[in-house]
Design a protein around this ligand. Structure first.
Ligand SMILES: Nc1ncnc2c1ncn2[C@@H]1O[C@H](COP(=O)(O)OP(=O)(O)OP(=O)(O)O)[C@@H](O)[C@H]1O
Length: 435
């Protein structure tokens, strides 16, 4: 593989914050995806698309491109790319759980049980085949429970199934999947097996999960932004445990639901976050909903901290994560998965507008144009959630960039609520100890 070189400042096409970029007029971008992100990039003033091997300043690539090219690419100081090199430490199901378990153990050892219990937000999970025997022990301890099998390297609900009996995964074992390697030396498909959340929170009898967006612009120090908009994705079929084979009932991914016979995207398999928040507040009151959102903040921050020392920090990289959160009937949020490539393909006009704003605001935070001071706590729909520690909004006159239309009660509630939540959640003393 030849070594790519990007952004050698050819011609007049540049921009910028640093001295070397002064006097240049545009951002050369490369984009490997064909959805809303293309529209956002095309309509950005003074951004120009480069094709094929052209030199670029900004690259919105897929993870395949990253795997193939990142290590062979020389990047100038100002260049930015939308993934960290080993993003999979958080975004592959098995590695995410491994890192969370390790982080939890470290907290227990260094701070205590109370602290480590704050990581009790992912369902009991085992990696297969390596932890098969541990899984069987747990399986025998909880007779009658339902489990969900998920291939670690697939997405969109592919290969996922529910089961109650060990014999239901016999096929998987018989096919040689009980060992890491098949006889011919080929690697077998790895799975995670996870305790199925049997009592999800239902609305109109339907299960849903939440998609929340978190943008990380640095791991060392950790700097993370939370997007106030997001959505709930509903299943099209009423929930019941009597039929565990019905994927339309149990899997809420849009990619699964859109193949349902009666799927109508405009009609409502999605709710915007604000709509959900209003519904829950009317039903359970403000306090309970605030607790729920506070617990979600805890999930985002702790999951990022769990990989902070493992992710290869690189000043060229940022990452827009799509968190999948499931609520149970007690309004407890559970972390299901973190996606490195959350879909930017829109399923309706409303969805398109939300994703367009999200991507636009993401580019504003990444700030290729050098318009920010670096002190902003809010940029468009983003709130700075963590900046080498919890972000407190002491000052009512927040440092703000971009649209102010998001400042009312939205995803996180009003500013004072959010501030209170963060104070409780992330008491600094907990983070002063060495982890
Ligand atoms: N432990 C669980 N308990 C209950 N439901 C679950 C659980 N794990 C997953 N699900 C359901 O299955 C769906 C798919 O799970 P998951 O997101 O892990 O798979 P995926 O194929 O990687 O999906 P994606 O398209 O988001 O990448 C979830 O949206 C959720 O509705």
């Amino acid at each position: 593989m030849s070594k790519h070189k990007t952004s050698a400042y050819k011609g007049s096409c540049n921009y910028g914050r640093s001295e070397e970029r002064e006097g240049r007029s545009c951002v050369r971008y490369k984009c490997g995806l064909f959805n809303t992100i293309q529209d956002v990039l095309r309509q950005r003033p003074n951004w120009v698309e480069v094709k094929d091997d052209g030199e670029w300043d900004f690259n919105w690539c897929d993870v395949g491109w990253l795997r193939e090219n990142f290590d062979h690419t020389f990047m100038e100081e100002h260049v930015r790319i939308n993934h960290f090199r080993n993003h999979y430490e958080l975004t592959r199901k098995n590695l995410m759980v491994k890192n969370l378990k390790r982080y939890q153990k470290t907290l227990e050892r260094d701070i205590g049980r109370m602290e480590s219990s704050k990581c009790d937000f992912f369902p009991c999970t085992f990696a297969l085949p390596s932890e098969y025997h541990l899984f069987v022990e747990e399986f025998n301890r909880s007779p009658g429970s339902i489990w969900i099998m998920k291939p670690v390297a697939k997405s969109q609900g592919k290969g996922i199934f529910l089961f109650k009996k060990l014999k239901d995964i016999m096929d998987w074992r018989k096919n040689g999947r009980g060992t890491e390697e098949q006889k011919d030396g080929a690697q077998v498909e790895s799975y995670v097996v996870q305790c199925y959340i049997e009592k999800p929170y239902l609305i109109n009898g339907r299960k849903f999960d939440l998609r929340v967006y978190v943008l990380v612009t640095s791991y060392l120090p950790l700097k993370a932004w939370l997007y106030r908009d997001g959505f709930a994705r509903f299943s099209s079929t009423r929930f019941s445990l009597s039929s565990i084979d019905d994927k339309y009932m149990h899997l809420t991914n849009v990619s699964v639901q859109k193949t349902a016979p009666d799927y109508d995207p405009e009609k409502g398999c999605k709710w915007q976050m604000q709509q959900l928040r209003r519904y829950l507040t009317a039903k359970h009151g403000r306090e309970m909903v605030e607790t729920l959102f506070k617990e979600m903040d805890n999930i985002f921050v702790r999951s990022l901290l769990s990989v902070q020392k493992i992710i290869i920090n690189d000043k060229h990289c940022f990452e827009l994560y799509g968190y999948d959160i499931l609520l149970d009937q007690n309004l407890k949020p559970w972390l299901i998965e973190v996606n490195a490539s959350p879909s930017h393909t829109a399923s309706s006009q409303e969805d398109y507008e939300m994703k367009y704003r999200l991507l636009q605001d993401t580019l504003n935070v990444v700030d290729m144009e050098g318009r920010l001071t670096g002190k902003e706590k809010r940029v468009g729909g983003y709130d700075l959630m963590w900046n080498d520690g919890p972000v407190y909004k002491e000052d009512v006159n927040l440092q703000t960039f971009g649209s102010s239309r998001f400042t009312a009660n939205t995803h996180l509630g009003c500013v004072n609520d959010r501030e209170k939540q963060l104070r409780q959640l992330l008491r600094p003393s907990l983070f002063q100890k060495k982890m």
